[in-house]
Design a protein around this ligand. Structure first.
Ligand code: SF4
Length: 455
C-alpha cells in the first residue's frame, strides 16, 4: 500500500531546497506519495529551522501539529543539530535525523518501518557531500531554488547557523549546470542560486563568477538570480559576469546587520561600514538599474543611540528596496549570548519599528525611480492586491499586472513586457507594453476595462 508523506518546512531557501531533495528521493520509490498538508498522512517529516528563538518555537508548534495528523513523525533540519533532546521530549516524535542525513530519507523510513525509533547518530564524511543529489522540480515556487553551497566558516557572534549546517562546501559547477538545465526543461525559467554563505562558493576565488558565466549558457533557463550574498562576495569579476549575461538579475540582497563599525566588530562580521558602502557603489557603477536588499539586526549588546544612528545613515546611503529587520535575541552556544550591556527589549522594539519605517520610505522613493520604465516581469501567481497577476522584474520589483478581461490567458512562468505605472507602499502596478499578440490582447482588455470602469 502506498504511504502518504507530508512535509512541513520552515526557514531559508537552502532548507526549502533540502525538502525538494527529500521529496525527489521519495518520488523515485513507488511505496510513497507526497501528500498535501491538508490531508492526514501516514508519515510527517518536519524540516525545522533554528535561526532565532522564534523559529525554534514555530518548529515545536509544527511538530505538535504533525503529531496529531500522522502515524510516524520524523524531525530533521537545523533545530535537530544541537537541540535534539528538546525535540525528543515532544510527545509523538518517533525519529530525529539531523541535516547530514536528509539525503538518506528513504533508508531512514525503511528503518522506521522495521521498528527503529530515536535519533539517527552516525555521520560519515560523505553525508555532507552536497553533490550527491539534485532536484528536477520545485513543488512550491515558479522560480526554482537551487542550493549550490551549504555551511559557513565565518563566526558571527550572534549566529547559531554555522554550528548547525556543517562545514562550508560547494556543489560542483558541472552538477549545478546539469540541475539547472533539468529544472529549465521542467518549466522553471528562473533559478535562484542559494546557500548559507554564497560568498564562500567554490574552492578558488571567483568561482561564483565562473558559475554564473557557465549557467548563462544553459538554454533551458532565462533568468539567474542570487538569493543573499555577504559583502565580501561582491567582486568585480562577479559583476563582470553579471554584466556579460542577458539572464542575470541585477538584484543583490547584501546583509549589512549594523552601520556602526564598533558593533560590526563585536559581531565579527569581518567588514566595515565603508567597505559595505563601497560594494554597493560598485554594484551601482557596474550594472544598469540594479537594486539592493539587506538584513539588519537591532539591539545587539552594547548598541548605543549613536550606533543606531549610524545604521540609519548607512541605510539611507545604500538605498535598499527591501530590508529585513530583526531584533537581537541571544542564541545558546553563540558568544553574543554572554555579552554584557544588553539592550532593553522596549528599546529594541522601538529601534526595529523605526528602522522598518525608514526602510519602507527609502524603498518607496527608490522604486519610484522606475516609474514609466519598461521591464520584463515573470508571471508568478494571481495578484492578492488587484484582479490580475503578480510577478517580479529582474531587479526584483514586486509587480502587479491588472487584468480585467479573463478571456486573456496568462500562465505562471510566462514573461511579459510591462510598463511600470504606479508605486504603492509595498508593491508596484504595471500595464503590458509589448506588441506581442498575447500582451496586445491584455493591453486592449485593460484599455476597454478602464473605459468600462470609467478610470
Ligand atoms: S555568515 Fe555569519 S550570519 Fe551568515 S551563516 Fe555564517 S556565521 Fe551565520
Amino acid at each position: 500500500m502506498t504511504k502518504k508523506v507530508a512535509f512541513y518546512t520552515l526557514g531559508c531557501k537552502a532548507n526549502q531546497y533540502d525538502t525538494e531533495v527529500m521529496k525527489g528521493a521519495l518520488n523515485e520509490v513507488s511505496d510513497y506519495r507526497i501528500a498535501p498538508l491538508s490531508e492526514d498522512s501516514d508519515i510527517a517529516i518536519i524540516n525545522t529551522c533554528s535561526v532565532t528563538g522564534g523559529a525554534d518555537r514555530k518548529s515545536r508548534k509544527y511538530i505538535r501539529r504533525a503529531a496529531r495528523k500522522a502515524e510516524l513523525v520524523m524531525v530533521t533540519g537545523c533545530y535537530t543539530s544541537l537541540d535534539s533532546d528538546e525535540i525528543a521530549d515532544i510527545s509523538g516524535v518517533d525519529i530525529i535525523f539531523p541535516n547530514p542525513h536528509k539525503y538518506e530519507v528513504v533508508k531512514i523510513i525503511r528503518r522506521a518501518e522495521s521498528g527503529f525509533r530515536g535519533k539517527v547518530e552516525e555521520v560519515n564524511g560523505s553525508a555532507w557531500d552536497i553533490d550527491q543529489r539534485v532536484i528536477s522540480r520545485d513543488s512550491n515556487h515558479t522560480r526554482a531554488f537551487l542550493k549550490v553551497q551549504d555551511g559557513c566558516s565565518n563566526h558571527c557572534t550572534f549566529c547559531k547557523v554555522h554550528y548547525l549546517r556543517g562545514p562550508t562546501r560547494s556543489k560542483s559547477r558541472s552538477r549545478v549546470i546539469e540541475e539547472a538545465s533539468e529544472l529549465g526543461d521542467n518549466g522553471f525559467s528562473e533559478i535562484v542560486l542559494t546557500g548559507i554563505n554564497l560568498a564562500e562558493y567554490g574552492e578558488e576565488a571567483e568561482e561564483l563568477a565562473e558559475l554564473i558565466r557557465e549557467l548563462s549558457q544553459v538554454e533551458e533557463i532565462s533568468r539567474i538570480r542570487l538569493s543573499s550574498i555577504n559583502p565580501e562576495g561582491i567582486t568585480r569579476e562577479l559583476l563582470e559576469a553579471f554584466k556579460d549575461s542577458e539572464k542575470t538579475c541585477p538584484y543583490f540582497h547584501v546583509p549589512l546587520q549594523s552601520g556602526s563599525d564598533s558593533i560590526l566588530d563585536a559581531m565579527k562580521r569581518g567588514y566595515s561600514r565603508e567597505f559595505y558602502l563601497k560594494k554597493i557603489e560598485l554594484i551601482r557603477n557596474s550594472l544598469s538599474e540594479p537594486t539592493i536588499g539587506t538584513d539588519l539586526l537591532v539591539g545587539f549588546p552594547g548598541e548605543k543611540e549613536r550606533d543606531f544612528a549610524r545604521t540609519k545613515e548607512t541605510i539611507r546611503e545604500a538605498g535598499p528596496i527591501n530590508g529585513h529587520v530583526f531584533r537581537f535575541s541571544p542564541r545558546s552556544v553563540t558568544p553574543a549570548a554572554d555579552f554584557e550591556d544588553k539592550v532593553r527589549s522596549s528599546v529594541k522594539k522601538r529601534r526595529a519599528a523605526e528602522l522598518r519605517s525608514l526602510v519602507s520610505s527609502i524603498s518607496l522613493n527608490r522604486r519610484r525611480e522606475f516609474r514609466g520604465n519598461s521591464l520584463d516581469m515573470i508571471i508568478e501567481e494571481p495578484s492578492d492586491k488587484i484582479g490580475g497577476w503578480r510577478g517580479y522584474s529582474k531587479n526584483y520589483l514586486d509587480i502587479h499586472l491588472r487584468q480585467l478581461d479573463h478571456a486573456v490567458t496568462l500562465e505562471p512562468g510566462e514573461t511579459v513586457k510591462v510598463k511600470m505605472t504606479e508605486v504603492r507602499e509595498d508593491y508596484c502596478l504595471a500595464e503590458p507594453l509589448d506588441s506581442d499578440h498575447e500582451t496586445q490582447k491584455v493591453a486592449s482588455a485593460i484599455k476597454s476595462g478602464r473605459e468600462k470602469s470609467g478610470e
